[in-house]
Design a protein around this ligand. Structure first.
Ligand code: CO
Length: 214
């Protein structure tokens, strides 16, 4: 654990030494470029350490993180990330990874003025609105919170399908495949929700379909 700025740079020196002791050309190889097969979209939460919990090596996963792992259509950041990942890196998989005990999801359940977060969390509150009937049947608060985390992942997977760059690559190559995951921060387990996004999206997908536009 780095407690001071100095320690962070000391840790970095130690990390370099470790990498070089395993492979003297580690950074030579790293500097040649990246060829990741996965785009991972997860929460900014400091406990959800993407590469670490997946046991991934540098170069393997293209990563985007924001509060509550949202795919907001007007967010130019995520649109640029998705376009780059799909068109240039040609990733085979896009993963949306939510996590239990997500502060963003919790905040969305509590009506209050949170400044800039009001706008951001509106997407989450819309997920609640879409699934209000199911969520309000769950009497236990913690179980309802967990379910909203899962439904949020599902809805963000659907938002990925709406993106033109994703659709265009799909029609061309059949990729990328979309996956919805949860990181269970209580025991460290990564859970694949095994969502069939096209099935869930269903008939209404036709109005989002960009194919007629070429
Ligand atoms: Co979170």
């Amino acid at each position: 654990m780095a407690h001071t700025f100095e320690q962070i740079f000391e840790n970095n020196e130690q990390w370099i030494a470790e990498k070089l002791s395993i492979d003297p050309d580690y950074f030579g190889k790293l500097s040649k470029g990246q060829n990741p097969e996965y785009l991972y979209i997860g929460c900014s939460d400091s406990r959800v350490t993407a590469e670490d919990l997946m046991g991934a090596m540098p170069g393997q996963i293209f990563i985007h993180r924001n509060i509550a792992n949202l795919v907001v259509p007007t967010d130019s950041n995520i649109n640029a990330v998705v376009q780059y990942a799909v068109e240039h890196l040609k990733v085979k998989h896009i993963i949306i990874c939510g996590h239990y005990e997500c502060g963003g999801v919790k905040a969305a359940l509590q009506p209050s003025d949170m400044g800039q977060l009001n706008n951001w969390l509106q997407t989450l509150r819309d997920v609640y609105r879409l699934h209000q009937a199911e969520l309000e049947q769950i009497t236990e608060e913690k179980a309802r919170f967990d379910r909203l985390v899962e439904l949020n992942v599902q809805e963000q997977c659907i938002n990925i399908v709406k993106i033109d760059h994703v659709q265009k690559m799909w029609y061309k190559t059949g990729f990328p495949t979309i996956h919805g995951w949860i990181f269970n921060v209580r025991n460290g387990k990564l859970i694949d929700l095994k969502l069939d996004i096209l099935e869930i999206f269903g008939e209404v997908r036709k109005i989002y379909d960009l194919k007629p536009l070429g």
